[in-house]
Unconditional design. Structure first.
Length: 68
């Protein structure tokens, strides 16, 4: 498994029923998934930019914790 696939959330395959062609999609990055999960905790506390920054700081901490 490649690093890109390893760090993806919800990777999968899609089949076009007309052409019968199957294509792989990586989904979202695991970092983005973590940030999305924690983001609601920051809604209403400051600007949206501040909330997004905080969410990604938490996501980065979660990604780092996975390495241990």
């Amino acid at each position: 498994m490649s690093k890109a696939q390893e760090n993806a959330a919800f990777p999968g395959y899609t089949m076009n029923m007309d052409t019968k062609m199957v294509s792989f999609h990586e989904g979202m990055t695991l970092r983005d998934y973590f940030a999305a999960k924690v983001l609601p905790e920051f809604v209403g506390f400051g600007s949206p930019e501040h909330g997004a920054k905080c969410a990604y700081e938490w996501a980065d901490a979660m990604m780092e914790a996975r390495k241990k």
